[in-house]
Design a protein around this ligand. Structure first.
Ligand SMILES: NC(=O)c1ccc[n+]([C@@H]2O[C@H](COP(=O)([O-])OP(=O)(O)OC[C@H]3O[C@@H](n4cnc5c(N)ncnc54)[C@H](O)[C@@H]3O)[C@@H](O)[C@H]2O)c1
Length: 255
């Protein structure tokens, strides 16, 4: 048997959170591996530069300004991707937010907003993508969760964020089993501390030395280092992998 391909040639993908950080790098990485990519993010985000970088790889991109908490906007985005690029086969859900407050003081609005984007947004994205993949005969979805779904970060008061990410890994397993007999694989990638705008938040920026000390590999990840694990899970090389949470954390969860 030939070694299975890690490439994504001529497939059509949708990436949420594609205007910044991990999602942006993954959208470009999927194009580098041969996919055409629908790039979804909030209207105020910089989708144009992601689409331009994808164009430089020789693949096609569609910029999709939309909010992942709105089901109808996601349905429209999927329809536009299919109209302009072709039948959807791959999806990466990276849109997310983070902030912090001590649990005893956290207003319920703050809790709800993080759950709305990080959990409900991933569910609604998977639902819109899954409907297309079911119609198209299958495909592969990767949700970007976090190692914060497995550990509670030392010194960070973000119960809402940690809970949302634990829920994303369980959502991923649930969807993997619901769709397993219809050709769809669903997995998650859980990054460790990664150098992105999310980690330039004031409550986090001053903790970088601590993050590095807590990481066996001794440093934060670059966004480039999320591409290989995500592409692997999307590709035929992972044809027997579904429902897993792939920790890409430099070893944090070993300690
Ligand atoms: N940076 C890290 O250390 C780290 C670690 C673990 C997990 N993650 C996860 O990786 C993902 C990407 O994070 P990042 O570090 O690249 O952050 P980022 O802030 O650079 O990017 C997040 C993107 O999501 C978009 N987004 C937010 N709300 C949205 C909404 N309602 N609809 C559409 N788009 C929306 C933002 O506009 C932004 O472009 C997130 O899910 C995050 O929780 C990040």
């Amino acid at each position: 048997m030939a070694v299975p391909s890690f490439r994504l040639d001529d497939s059509v993908a949708l990436v949420t959170g594609a205007g910044s950080g991990i999602g942006r790098r993954l959208a470009i990485g999927l194009a580098e591996m041969g996919a055409d990519v629908g790039c979804l993010d909030l209207p105020q985000s910089d989708l144009a530069s992601t689409a331009e970088a994808i164009g430089e790889t020789g693949r096609r991109a569609v910029a999709l300004p939309a909010d992942v908490t709105r089901a109808e906007a996601l349905a429209e985005a999927v329809a536009r991707v299919e109209r302009e690029l072709g039948p959807l086969r791959l999806a990466v859900n990276a849109a997310g937010i983070a902030n912090a407050a001590p649990a005893e003081d956290m207003p319920v609005e703050q809790w709800n907003k993080v759950i709305e984007v990080n959990l409900n947004g991933v569910f609604l994205s998977c639902q819109a993508e899954g409907r297309a993949l079911l119609r198209n005969g299958g495909g592969s979805i990767v949700n970007i969760a976090s190692m914060s779904g497995t550990i509670a970060n030392r010194g960070l008061t973000q119960a809402h964020y940690n809970a949302s990410k634990a829920a994303v890994t369980q959502l991923t397993k649930s969807l993997a089993t619901e769709w397993c007999d219809r050709g769809i694989r669903v997995n998650s990638v859980s990054p460790g501390y990664t150098a992105t705008p999310m980690n330039r938040r004031p409550e986090v920026a001053e903790r970088v030395a601590r993050f590095e000390a807590d990481t066996p590999l001794g440093r934060m990840a670059t966004v480039d280092e999320m591409v290989g694990p995500t592409v692997f899970l999307l590709s035929d090389a992972a044809s027997f992998v579904t429902g897993v949470d792939l920790l890409v954390d430099g070893g944090v969860t070993c300690w």
